[in-house]
Design a protein around this ligand. Structure first.
Ligand SMILES: Nc1ncnc2c1ncn2[C@@H]1O[C@H](COP(=O)(O)OP(=O)(O)OP(=O)(O)O)[C@@H](O)[C@H]1O
Ligand SMILES: O=P(O)(O)OC[C@H]1O[C@H](OP(=O)(O)OP(=O)(O)O)[C@H](O)[C@@H]1O
Ligand SMILES: [Mg+2]
Length: 359
């Protein structure tokens, strides 16, 4: 049985107490909603598939990481459980970490851009009535309507971030009412003057006659990998496991949209072929490219290299152009395959994590 010695008061963790004793490293993943399926897809793409017999099972394993136990939770509960020490790692939206983490120093963002559920948290107001000619936060703040007795009423699921944003921007007469969904309905219902909510395409705002305003962007957000500092430092194996997960995420995300192109070129030497490439192409080679290797052919008894295989790595948008250019300078047998992973020597995010941990 695990023994909790962590004290959580108003979301703040007492830094001096020891972590909860248990052998496994616990990772929280969204149990439902728009993040759930994409999170499983990301893990699968990183060879970290989850073994779960049915979707109602809330605890599962990742066979590739034998010391990890997965717990499916609502995103906000993942953040709460990281703070209480019941989870060590989690994947949630940055907005959720920021709102429910409330700046707690125990939470460390290990990977800040997992490239899904990307959207923004924005302040929006009606297009009509007293707001018709208001288009910026500055203009909103300067409206004479807002007083101590009659403050600007903002409906939101993000009261912590809302209050912080208003303070930072000098809006004094503001109150927040909390709502968990369909926040965009509040102004039309007369419950609020403005809203602070997630915007992606802007369609929900448009359908409800609302508009974003200049200076009203509170946060740009997407899925992130977050960890408990205390767990990383104190729990055996937590840092190594985090390194492993981070490397896989980085390698997979770096490879998205990248292709290898292989072509055979005539030339007198590898240097000659590389020289032709570098002088002809206007797309970028990596610092250590291109890779050129001899293609050996046997003529009678003699083995010689009349052709050289050139391998380059290009993003999808440059693919067609690079093939055209390769063929224009005599490239034949052009093969194209999508890249699955790109592992670099060491990732900057790992160095940043170690530095945040003071290691
Ligand atoms: N329309 C959207 N497009 C892209 N990402 C979004 C959108 N709405 C919310 N998100 C992001 O998805 C994550 C999960 O959102 P949320 O917690 O609202 O879950 P949900 O799937 O919408 O379920 P519910 O709101 O019913 O609880 C959040 O981090 C949020 O920033
Ligand atoms: O800019 P858009 O592309 O229209 O997306 C924004 C909407 O998506 C989210 O709602 P969700 O679908 O999660 O419903 P909810 O209000 O029940 O959370 C968010 O709260 C906005 O309402
Ligand atoms: Mg939602």
């Amino acid at each position: 049985m695990s023994k909790s010695q962590t004290v959580v008061v108003n979301g703040k963790v007492d830094a001096d107490v020891r972590i909860i004793e248990r052998n496994e490293i616990r990772m929280g993943l969204p149990s439902k909603g728009r993040m759930a399926a994409d999170t499983l897809d990301l893990l699968e793409a990183c060879q970290l598939s989850i073994k779960r017999v049915n979707p109602r099972q809330y605890v599962a394993e990742i066979p590739e990481l034998s010391n990890v136990e997965v717990c499916f939770q609502r995103p906000k509960d993942i953040v709460r459980k990281l703070l209480s020490g019941d989870l060590d790692l989690g994947i949630v939206g940055l907005d959720t970490v920021s709102e429910y983490g409330q700046g707690n120093e125990d939470l460390i963002i290990v990977h800040d851009a997992l490239e899904y559920v990307d959207c923004r948290l924005s302040l929006s107001i009606p297009k009509y009535g007293i707001f018709e000619n208001i288009n910026s936060l500055k203009e909103l703040a300067q409206m004479s309507q807002w007083t101590f007795e009659k403050p600007l009423r903002v409906a939101t699921g993000f009261p912590y971030l809302g209050l912080k944003f208003m303070k930072e921007n000098g809006l004094r007469h503001v109150t927040f009412s909390t709502a968990d969904g369909a926040v965009e309905a509040a102004p039309a219902l007369g419950i609020a003057d403005a809203i602070l909510d997630i915007v992606r395409s802007g369609a929900t705002l448009r359908e409800n006659n609302l508009k974003e305003i200049e200076g009203g962007l509170v946060l740009e957000t997407q899925a992130v990998l977050v960890a408990s500092r205390k767990a990383l430092i104190q729990r055996k194996g937590a840092l190594d496991t985090t390194h492993d997960i981070l490397e896989r995420f980085e390698a997979h995300l770096r490879a998205i949209g990248q292709f290898t192109v292989t072509a055979n070129m005539r030339g007198t030497s590898a240097e000659d072929v590389a020289g032709q490439q570098l002088s002809t192409f206007n797309f970028c080679f990596s610092n250590d490219g291109p890779t050129v290797s001899p293609v050996f052919c046997k003529r009678d008894v003699k083995v010689s290299a009349d052709y050289y295989a050139i391998v380059i790595c290009v993003p999808k948008k440059a693919l067609h152009k690079s093939v055209q250019q390769l063929r224009a300078i005599g490239g034949s047998g052009v093969l194209i395959s999508p890249l699955t992973y790109i592992f670099d020597e060491e990732t900057p995010r790992w160095r940043q994590l170690l530095s945040k941990l003071g290691l």
